[in-house]
Design a protein around this ligand. Structure first.
Ligand SMILES: *Cc1c(COP(=O)(O)O)cnc(C)c1O
Length: 353
């Protein structure tokens, strides 16, 4: 006797987490914040530890209310999830099922293809252009009567490229309004171009746009699992139907609220990560690697055949990265010390060569 497997699950790739780092190494494999939690955030979480015998507020009312004020949107349009990856799943389940298509660029966020397959829908992956950025014309051309949603990851993971505000506006205007355009802005805080914040503006102007934000990256709460979506009313309603109840803990909601209060302090940290990202890019280019200029908290090196070589030389220098075999290496920005290590590893290789 064998236990049953749901039809279609064979096609779902398992999510691969960024490598863990041995003690003392720099973990630049998962785009996390290199900074420990802010003292005020730790204190707020600590204050709530005595309540963990209770279920959390499933509606995350306080956090949603604050986000609604900040973005000047109706609170019903704001949904909180256990990381924005859960919200991406909710959005897909809200609009697509068997026989439907969900489009995204490729390479982009690794979770998209699995989430689409888990919903029983068909992933449509449109190759990035030669500049490692979204090919919006090709994406428009790939729309079919079965397309239900299109993800635009901006800045894109793992390439760090952005779609400008104007290009994104033209794209959204050209996508039929029966299709949901999801703008995944997990890395928006590191974007120093005019596409910073474009998602919310597009949400205001078009009826078929949803935006995803997370507290995992710039806010440094990856371990607590919390993010939010702002979506059209009927989509947000259906998100609530497909959500796993009580997915977002009280500690996560508390930490998110405390983080919103500490944004000035967080901004300084984000500036440092951006500075080190640009330094990382420059170091790689100077060492002869084809690094792509980035607006996220990581740098993509489409090293092709030399992917394993780059991953190994960095690992030998105590730096753990995310390698996509035969394609490239994604290196997260880190602290000054982390990027010093990258510099040392790259120089060591020059000495050997
Ligand atoms: C990291 C990431 C997310 C979400 O992470 P969560 O921890 O689930 O909030 C979403 N989209 C992209 C593109 C990411 O890289």
């Amino acid at each position: 006797m064998t236990l049953p497997t749901r039809a279609g699950l064979d096609a779902v790739p398992a999510y691969r987490q960024g490598r863990s780092a041995p003690a003392g190494a720099s973990k630049l494999s998962s785009n996390e914040s290199p900074h420990p939690p802010l003292p005020a955030v730790l204190a707020a979480v600590h204050d709530r530890l005595g309540t963990i015998n209770r279920y959390p507020d499933m509606s995350a009312a306080a956090l949603r209310a604050q986000l609604a004020v900040r973005y000047e949107v109706d609170v019903d349009l704001v949904t909180v999830g256990a990381g924005s990856v859960e919200l991406a799943a909710q959005l897909i389940h809200a609009v697509a099922g068997e026989g439907d298509e969900v489009m995204f660029a490729w390479r982009s966020f690794e979770a998209y293809p699995s989430l689409v397959r888990i919903a029983g829908a068909t992933p449509v992956a449109v190759p990035l252009n030669a500049g490692h950025a979204h090919d919006l014309d090709a994406m428009l051309a790939a729309i079919t009567p079965r397309t239900r949603a299109i993800f635009v990851c901006n800045p894109n993971n793992p390439t760090g490229t952005v779609v400008s505000a104007a290009d994104l506006e033209r794209f959204v205007a050209a996508v039929p309004q029966r299709i949901l355009v999801v703008i995944d802005e997990a890395y928006v805080h590191f974007d120093r171009t005019d596409s910073y914040g474009a998602g919310i503006e597009l949400f205001r102007r078009h009826p078929h746009v949803a935006v995803l934000h997370t507290f995992s990256k710039a806010y440094g709460l990856a371990g607590l699992r919390i993010g939010y979506a702002i979506a059209p009313r009927e989509v947000a309603e259906n998100q609530r139907k497909v959500a796993v109840p009580f997915g977002v803990t009280d500690l996560a909601q508390t930490a998110a609220l405390a983080s919103l209060d500490a944004e000035d302090e967080l901004a300084l940290r984000i500036d440092e990560v951006v500075e080190q990202r640009d330094r990382l890019h420059e170091l790689l280019v100077d060492a002869g690697w084809p690094a792509v200029a980035s607006q996220a908290n990581f740098v993509w090196v489409p090293a092709g055949d030399r992917t394993a070589e780059l991953e190994t030389l960095l690992r030998d220098g105590g730096v753990i990265t995310r390698a996509f075999p035969g394609e490239g290496v994604r290196i997260s920005s880190g602290s000054v010390e982390d990027i010093d290590r990258v510099a040392a590893a790259l120089v060591r290789e020059e000495a050997i060569a």
